[in-house]
Write a protein that binds this ligand. Structure first.
Ligand SMILES: [Zn+2]
Ligand SMILES: [Zn+2]
Length: 344
């Protein structure tokens, strides 16, 4: 089968590989129908994910059809259409029992697919702990509607959930890239009084205005003044930092009102400074981390009900054999690309 492979630092290649087989009773083999390219794939390519293993098939956001299951798998059967979770988790350890699946202590736990073990930019993928890692796609929901459930949308849902958003809140989202847009959709479900989206890219802000006319948008230069003018207590009640730029962490806590919650979803290239003397008395609560991606069944329900629709994010589609061109487009942010779907 064809599999897009991390062959050496800085290099991905489309290779011919054997079809994966079940290695454990809890595994499933999934025939991938649609996959996507994530910024984290680029991080692997550029060497900023040291735990990524050369030789692995990349890709950790995909949907497909169950082909085969191990004897211990109970929740899915061959023929089921499924989303694949970016995180592998056992469902049994202390962290899984608390819903903190990102910190699962199983040897396979955490981000394994497309990083430490073969992922899904391929014709088939082996999914360990399939009872936890696969969710059935409801009838009437298409592959394109479900594509981001396991990673991007899981992140947006988790971010909105931990931010304790209340109806009277002004919520500021920093970043209108793919994760920012998924976060926005999940914040909208909480119905806060106001939502402000900030991004330096005018095209991205334009996309937000076109699709979500009730959401306020602002460029990074005017942020401080705009937030003061469009909030009730001198700053945002809740800030979700999804941008991860050199200056966005500072923008996040500066834009927050006293006693606000600041949720940091972004993954930074560099350490960030937390200038406690400057924020003394502001009494902020910071929430940080990586997605606990265990609400996929719920997001699939919301998609089916028409409350979440991430299909406008898919701006381009390529067949697997042209994945090289898809990466070039995504990496160089050409032609207004937001997300690329790969037909496997
Ligand atoms: Zn990802
Ligand atoms: Zn676990």
């Amino acid at each position: 089968m064809l599999a897009y492979t991390y062959t050496a630092p800085g290099k991905f290649e489309l290779c011919e590989k054997p079809k994966p087989v079940l290695l454990d009773d809890r595994d499933a083999i999934v025939k991938v129908t649609l996959a996507s390219i994530c910024t984290s794939d680029l991080h692997i390519k550029h060497g900023s994910v040291p735990r990524a293993v050369p030789g692995i098939t990349v890709g950790h956001e995909m949907v497909g059809i169950v082909e085969q299951v191990g004897a211990a798998v109970t929740t899915v059967r061959p023929g089921d259409r499924v989303t694949v979770n970016v995180e592998t988790f056992c469902g049994e350890c202390f962290f899984c029992q608390n819903g903190w699946v990102n910190n699962c202590t199983d040897p396979d736990g955490g981000w394994a697919l497309g990083c430490r073990i073969d992922g899904g930019q391929a014709e088939y993928v082996r999914v360990p702990h399939a009872d936890q890692g696969l969710d059935k796609i409801p009838d009437g929901v298409t592959d394109r509607q479900a594509l981001f459930v396991g990673d991007l949308l899981a992140t947006g849902y988790w971010a909105a959930q931990i931010s304790e958003i209340k109806p009277q809140d002004t919520v500021l989202i920093l970043g209108a890239g793919p994760t920012g847009l998924c976060t926005l959709q999940c914040v909208l479900l909480k119905h806060p009084k106001r939502i402000i989206v900030c991004d330096p890219d005018v095209q991205r802000l334009d996309f937000v205005r076109r699709h979500y006319p009730d959401v306020l948008t602002v460029s990074t230069e005017n942020l401080a003044e705009f937030v003061r003018a469009n909030s009730d207590h001198g700053g945002a009640d809740t800030v979700l930092e999804v941008a991860g730029s050199a200056t966005s962490f500072r923008m996040a806590w500066e834009s927050a009102r006293p006693n606000a919650i600041v949720t940091v979803v972004a993954l930074y290239d560099q350490p960030q400074i937390l200038p406690l003397p400057d924020m003394y008395g502001k009494n902020l609560t910071f929430k940080t981390g990586g997605v606990d991606g265990c609400n996929c069944a719920e997001t699939l329900r919301l998609i089916k009900q028409g409350k979440i629709d991430t299909t406008p994010l898919i701006t381009h589609t390529f067949p697997l054999r042209e994945i090289e061109a898809a990466y070039a487009l995504f990496e160089n942010r050409q032609d207004g690309v937001i997300k690329v779907a790969i037909e496997c």
